[in-house]
Design a protein around this ligand. Structure first.
Ligand SMILES: C[S@@+](CC[C@H](N)C(=O)[O-])C[C@H]1O[C@@H](n2cnc3c(N)ncnc32)[C@H](O)[C@@H]1O
Length: 246
């Protein structure tokens, strides 16, 4: 069974978008994963195909209606569908690599992309949606957030990335550190050289240098990640980041 993503959106043409190219696009074509985007508007029941209404209590903007969204969810999630239902929202738990690993290891995802001021709280509660944010900023819609989440998951699916170990060593891996710097030819560029150790051919020395650089960069740039790394018992791998329902 391939990894299955269902997207609920007012802009289905935004999918697969950039995920139809490069590694994710090849994996899509070879059937490693599949995605279909469903237009929420198709579940509106009135003549004008209305999906939103004014906020209860007043205020600016519009809110997406729970009845229309519930019908749209029922339309893409048959009874017994084991995939997590995720609402992309700036109020959600921040997406991180542990959560991505958990999602990529599962059967797929159902992603609800909000627009306007967001979604009526009652359908979030009734459906036990998992609320996920891609960062502490506000996008105009959940579609670009959904593309971020999908890209991060799809590249971890078996066979998608070229080198078997390219996910093991990168930033936010099991040790929680950021990655060391990379260099390639030419050996000298604009008067800048490659660190000698990387040209030494001494694998143990290279591994030691890379580890030290990873630690230095993590400490400097992300004291929060460094503190978490330091607190982790030696040998602990990545946690199962499958997000819990709201
Ligand atoms: C303009 S935003 C609504 C923001 C909302 N009124 C608030 O202040 O939290 C419209 C939609 O974009 C999506 N969105 C915006 N920022 C996001 C983020 N950081 N992560 C995930 N989704 C986001 C959500 O689906 C949201 O419903």
């Amino acid at each position: 069974m391939n990894w299955h993503a269902s997207i609920l959106t007012l802009f289905p043409d935004m999918f697969p978008g950039p995920l139809g190219l490069s590694l994710a696009g090849r994996a899509l074509r070879d059937g490693t994963w599949r995605v279909e985007a469903t237009d929420i508007r198709g579940f509106a029941t009135d003549r004008h195909r209305t999906v939103d209404d004014t906020p209860a209590g007043g205020g600016a903007g519009m809110v997406m209606r729970p009845d229309v969204l519930d019908a749209a969810i029922a339309g893409v999630m048959p009874a017994g569908d084991a995939r997590p239902l995720i609402y992309l929202t700036p109020r959600g738990r921040l997406l991180d690599q542990a959560m991505v690993r958990g999602l990529a290891a599962g059967p797929g995802v159902v992603l609800l992309c909000g627009r306007y001021e967001g979604v009526d709280q009652r359908v979030i509660d009734a459906r036990g949606m998992i609320e996920v944010s891609v960062g502490d900023y506000v996008l105009s819609g959940g579609e670009t957030a959904a593309l971020v989440l999908l890209d991060a998951c799809v590249r971890l699916l078996p066979g998608v990335m070229g080198a078997a170990d390219s996910a093991a060593e990168e930033s936010h891996g099991a040790d929680g550190l950021l990655e060391y710097p990379h260099y390639t030819r030419p050996a000298e560029w604009q008067g800048r050289t490659i660190p000698d150790v990387l040209l030494s051919g001494h694998h143990a020395e290279i591994a030691r240098w890379r580890r030290a650089e990873s630690e230095r960069i993590t400490k400097e740039r992300r004291p929060d990640l460094w503190a978490r790394h330091e607190a982790k018992p030696a040998g602990a791998g990545g946690m199962d980041g499958r997000p819990a329902a709201a």
